[in-house]
Design a binder for this molecule. Structure first.
Ligand SMILES: Cc1ncc(COP(=O)(O)O)c(C=O)c1O
Length: 405
């Protein structure tokens, strides 16, 4: 599709987002904005479903099956089959379940390989599991990516990696790494937090074993929106390490003994937030008429445009870009290394260009193809050039740290 085509297809989608006037939103990699459908449908669940039907809503509005039905919406987007994705809990909890399932599926192997610079929660969760199980049942090897790419996986139970690195925006070669590790008998678990909705994950085509992600970033499910868990159908006999009544074969029999339901539902634990799930369902419905190839193409056009715009301003031309230029290695963000990154990000935000900062010196410009367009990119680059030229970021107010950066 040409540049004009993708922009036109997505212009209508952009119109549905309730973006505040005068703001350039380049932080969809952290928290997607509110879509009109999300507001309307969530209000309707509050007012018409909960408000009117009270507890009958669980049956009448099928609240009980939301983790499965919203999971199926995600499955389409992720290239998985119906019945392979659950929308539940959060990424961290789902990762705990997925790692434990992988160890069980690949026993007697006990080694988890992860990236040393993985998103911290992923490694905390792996370490927590290892501590719980003890050194004879599980140990964690956190290695640099370059070492993982050359590793002999023949004693590895599971390789746990981010598809797109949250700091640099580097998109990993998911097909090749999956294939390589599996050839030595390892399972592969991908964290899709920064790729779901913007990069083609093609989970089935790539024979991915397990994956986890969240719905509050590029999927626009709202602050603290639920996570998701993908378990390939061939692995769905694994146990859920946090067995709860929602994963029981007969929940309302209240049996004293746990008996897991067949299929992906066994990875449920407790009661879902119906309101949060309704918001996620509405947010995912925005993707119904779109395909990931169109979104990916628009994302790459916009990130190319941002790089070009930065190179076009004298003040920004020399700034180090941590995100790879090769399209196949680029996620949906541009990460710049700026020694004064925190105050610069605050100065950008004060001008209405919403970006974020990651320690020690990274300013991230998230590119969300659903609603960003070329004007956003140009305004973002211009604002940064001006801030670097005037050095206004040196003003003390920009150096006051907020809790969330
Ligand atoms: C790559 C990555 N993994 C894991 C997480 C943690 O997700 P959660 O807090 O929803 O468990 C995040 C959160 O931003 C993330 O970016």
């Amino acid at each position: 599709m040409s540049r004009i085509d993708t922009a036109a297809v997505l212009a209508a989608t952009r119109a549905g987002f309730e973006l505040p006037a005068g703001k350039v939103y380049l932080d969809g990699n952290s928290l997607g904005p509110l879509h009109r459908e999300v507001r309307e449908q969530t209000l309707s669940v509050l007012r018409d479903e909960w408000g009117e039907d009270l507890i009958a809503g669980w049956n009448k509005h099928d609240w009980i099956n939301l983790p499965l039905t919203v999971g199926d919406q995600l499955a389409r987007l992720l290239g998985a089959n119906t019945g392979e994705v659950l929308c539940c809990d959060n990424l961290s909890i789902n990762l705990f379940k997925a790692l434990a399932a992988a160890l069980q599926l690949n026993a007697p192997r006990t080694r988890i390989v992860t990236e040393a610079t993985h998103f911290p929660t992923d490694n905390y969760i792996a370490d927590g599991l290892a501590q719980l199980l003890g050194p004879t049942a599980c140990y964690v090897d956190a290695l640099p990516l370059a070492e993982i790419e050359q590793l002999d996986f023949s004693d590895v139970a599971v390789l746990s990696l981010a598809h797109v690195d949250f700091r640099t925006g580097h998109c990993r070669d998911l097909p090749a790494l999956t294939h390589r590790a599996q050839a030595d008998g390892a399972l592969v678990l991908w964290d899709l937090a920064h790729s779901a909705g913007v990069v083609d994950t093609a989970l089935n085509r790539n024979q991915v074993d397990l994956a986890v992600g969240c719905t509050y970033k590029f999927l626009n499910g709202g602050p603290g929106a639920p996570g998701f868990l993908y378990v390939a159908q061939r692995h769905q006999h694994a146990d859920n390490v946090i067995p709860g009544w929602m994963g029981h074969a007969d929940r309302f029999a209240f049996e004293p003994t746990y008996r897991p339901v067949e299929g992906i539902g066994r990875f449920l634990t407790g009661t879902q937030s119906v309101i949060a799930m309704a918001a996620a369902r509405a947010a995912l419905s925005v993707f119904d008429t779109l395909d990931i190839a169109t979104l990916r193409q628009h994302s790459l056009q916009l990130s190319d445009a941002l790089v070009a715009a930065l190179q076009g301003h004298a003040a920004t031309a020399g700034v180090e870009c941590l995100t790879p230029m090769a399209h196949e290695e680029r996620g949906s963000q541009i990460s710049l290394r700026l020694p004064q990154g925190y105050p610069i990000s605050q100065a950008l935000i004060e001008r209405g260009v919403i970006v974020d900062f990651r320690e020690p010196d990274i300013v991230r410009f998230g590119i969300a193809p659903l609603y960003n367009h070329l004007d956003d990119i140009e305004q973002g680059a211009e604002a940064l050039a001006d801030i670097l030229t005037t050095r206004c970021y040196e003003e003390p107010r920009f150096n006051q740290r907020h809790t969330v950066t």
